[in-house]
Write a protein of this length. Structure first.
Length: 319
């Protein structure tokens, strides 16, 4: 199969018939063998009935229905387990992403040998205060941390090689960072394409301001897990040792200063236990010990994990 189109949705019954018909027309015009996987993320309108009706008219339309709302990441992850196309296209269900972009996205994956192509909504029709300005700051921060030169990490319109979606796992609200997750999984050929952003035709946006706060927390989580999940002692042990040695050094300096004063018969010196710096040094030593033990426990958990030796292998020869 050439293309799998994945569409996560929540309360989008009005847009689904128009969207699927548009995708079908593009596929037929370009002679693509395709499937459309619609993931109903616990909608409370008639979205699932619409999906069932669309499937009865077009066997290429498939559906997954969650019992409750789990979020976009869960919807994408569930669909990625089912896709069969050589190229996987993800897009939103609100008609703000244009299916006319699909052929060029497919060609960039197949002809330019890219692992992932992310859309860039260079011209947007969203509120500048509520979405555009926070989005630009969010994308700038993600570029700085990840080193991936994309302008629009959160664009729903993306194209992937089949191997990419089968090699990554997304959960929580990690869908914003699929390029980051893919890069750390070894898929480094990441490109970008300017895509059309259309005004919402039906319904209202399902996302609020909290997504930006959650987004930055998820970025920190991904960065930490990707670098230290298999070697937690490298992080906790390092900073635990630094804190312990710093606190121990200060405490040792205070004790030596006391001994020097005693040797020189200085009568009006402050006792070590009367100095706030002494208690700060003890606190630093305790904190360092806690960090070190956290790293040790993390190392024990990592070594007993069922996927401790799970590595993504690109190819094997004569094996």
């Amino acid at each position: 199969m050439d293309i799998s189109v994945v569409v996560p949705l929540y309360n989008e019954e009005e847009s689904l018939p128009e969207l699927t018909e548009w995708i079908h027309r593009v596929m037929v015009e370009n002679s693509f063998d395709y499937e459309i996987i619609l993931v109903d993320d616990g909608s409370n309108d008639g979205s699932w009935k619409v999906i069932e009706n669309l499937h009865s008219k077009n066997a290429a339309i498939k559906g997954i229905k969650f019992r409750r709302n789990y979020g976009k990441s869960a919807a994408l992850n569930a669909a990625f387990e089912e896709v069969t196309g050589d190229v996987v296209i993800t897009m939103d269900a609100d008609l703000q992403d244009s299916p006319d972009e699909i052929p060029e996205l497919y060609n960039k994956i197949m002809n330019e040998n890219l692992d992932l192509v992310s859309g860039w909504k260079k011209v947007r029709y969203d509120s500048k205060l509520a979405k555009n300005i926070p989005s630009k700051f969010f994308n700038w921060t993600t570029r700085r941390i990840s080193g991936i030169k994309l302008h629009d990490f959160n664009c729903g319109l993306k194209a992937y090689k089949y191997d990419v979606v089968k090699s990554i796992e997304i959960y929580g609200e990690m869908h914003r960072y699929i390029p980051v997750i893919a890069k750390w999984a070894g898929f480094t050929k990441i490109g970008e394409k300017v895509v059309q952003h259309r005004k919402r035709k039906y319904g209202v946006s399902k996302f609020g301001w909290n997504r930006f706060v959650n987004g930055f927390l998820d970025l920190i989580t991904i960065t930490f897990i990707s670098k230290f999940s298999k070697k937690p002692m490298h992080f906790f042990g390092l900073w635990g040792s630094v804190s312990f040695l710093l606190g121990g050094g200060i405490a040792l300096w205070l004790i030596i200063a006391k001994l020097v004063n005693l040797h020189n018969h200085v009568l009006n010196y402050r006792q070590v236990t009367d100095q706030p710096l002494f208690y700060l040094s003890l606190l630093a030593m305790i904190f360092g010990l806690i960090l070190f033990m956290s790293g040790f426990l993390g190392e024990m958990v990592a070594r007993s994990s069922s996927d401790r030796n799970r590595y993504l292998i690109a190819k094997k020869l004569n094996m």
